[in-house]
Design a protein around this ligand. Structure first.
Ligand code: G3P
Ligand code: MG
Length: 242
């Protein structure tokens, strides 16, 4: 049901490094994390890049939005200084570069498909197709996930062999029918409103339960005690990898 690591570094290195950068992955590794979650969006030229926000400004210096720039332009931008001057020069990495780094370092990936609005189908398709190519010669397959149902459906069509997780904030009324229809292996829930009873129901129905974003060891223990299979955390410094 959940043949994956239990503890994942959120956005590469949690809150200890600039999110969704190669520096974040390096930081995760330094804390013993060989499993990560990161976000993928398409640049203007259709090349996927690793970034969370559609709009520039919070983590990437500049203005406009990700679909306004090519992947090459984004790679040359500054996605590190907002976090600390020592990270100046960290660009928005191409998805390919991040996958290559993770494969080389033995880091398992939960790839969150995070489409800019209007790009759901194409993003799901491209991310699934490229992921398939990266793992054509072997390796533990990543888990794709998304809040976007259209992106999950497109990923399934493009590479049905890649397992998928469905991201939700709160478990909706129709979760069972929707999860079956999407043919996902797990439901990825915000842990805040989640109840023990919901975890039991989802697991009894045969799906894995993954939680985001769990930042205290006490809450992590509680959720694992409920039967939660895995979670991502920003606090890779106080929650041990595993
Ligand atoms: O994939 C889990 C989590 O990352 C979802 O929320 O906004 O941090 O991408 P967000
Ligand atoms: Mg994410």
């Amino acid at each position: 049901m959940w043949p994956y690591p239990r503890t994942l570094a959120h956005r590469g290195g949690g809150t200890l490094a600039p999110e969704n950068t190669i520096a974040a992955l390096r930081c995760g590794l330094a804390h013993g994390y060989r499993a990560v979650e990161f976000d993928v969006m398409l640049a203007q030229d259709g090349v996927p890049v690793v970034v969370h926000d559609v709009e520039l400004g919070r983590t990437v210096a500049g203005s406009g939005s990700i679909p306004d720039y090519t992947a090459e332009q984004l790679a040359a931008m500054d996605a590190g200084t907002w976090f600390g001057p020592e990270f100046a020069g960290e660009g928005v990495p191409a998805f390919d570069a991040v996958v290559a780094y993770c494969k080389a370092q033995g880091i398992w990936m939960n790839i969150e498909i995070k489409p800019a609005p209007g790009h759901e189908v194409r993003t799901g398709e491209v991310v699934a197709r490229l992921t398939r190519q990266h793992f054509a010669s072997g390796g533990q397959l990543p888990l794709l996930s998304s809040f976007s149902i259209a992106a999950l459906e497109a990923a399934r069509t493009a590479a049905p062999e890649l397992a998928r997780g469905w991201l939700v904030e709160e478990l909706p009324e129709n979760w069972l029918a929707q999860a079956r229809e999407l043919d996902v292996v797990a439901i990825h829930c915000d842990h805040t409103p989640l109840t023990r009873e919901q975890v039991q129901l989802v697991k009894e129905a045969g799906f894995g339960v993954f939680c985001y974003t769990v930042n205290t060891p006490e809450r992590a223990s509680e959720l694992l005690g409920w039967g939660v299979d895995g979670f991502c955390t920003d606090r890779i410094d106080i929650i041990p990898a595993g």
